[in-house]
Design a protein around this ligand. Sequence first.
Ligand code: TYD
Length: 208
Amino acid sequence: MFITFEGIDCCGKSTQVKLLVEKLQQQSRDFVLLREPGGTPISEHIREILLDKKHSKMIQITELLLFSASRAQLVSEVIKPALQQNKIVICDRYVDSTTVYQGYGRGLSIGAVKNISRVATTDVMPKKTFLLDISVHEMHTRRDVGKHEADRMETSNEEFYQRVRNGYLQLAKEEPERFVVIDGKQPIDAIHDQIMKVVDEILPIPEE
Ligand code: TYD
């Protein structure tokens, strides 16, 4: 079972992934937790290149191909083998991040981005994708509170994030079966409950 989490920066993904993982541990389930970009030695190297602020010259196509290369490695080395062993795979960001950040956000052709993603993933797609939706205004408020040094991706402007958010909502509309859109402004527990309701429906009953 393959489950992904998506949303703009500061949407609360990481918190919800952590809560889900705690639940799966309590249920003694066999799972693999991953974050993108990253998850294999090669993918972690690529992550450093992508997020390094020194790389201000990186052109958009390089960015697209690096995110995709990182993912190709992750799918082949980790995701496919885990799914073949019937493990639950939870990924913090996956292919939809590329469609919205590099496609809708940066303005690269959505068709081209999707084609490259299909090559990178060999069509391995999640069964469910939780989209934690917050406004760009909310993202800025949370960023100011949590203040940390911005990485290269986080130096993008307001309109960029607006396009990213709208891109996500568009994808959710196109694939309503896969996407579960959750209002990210709700209390943490309420969001977790909504996620668990869906997860409990799609996972087999845990063995005693
Ligand atoms: P990260 O620090 O992992 O952020 P977050 O906690 O928000 O997931 O940095 C990942 C950044 O890379 C984030 O700004 C989103 C961006 N990104 C893309 O632009 N394309 C992609 O395909 C992926 C996976 C991430």
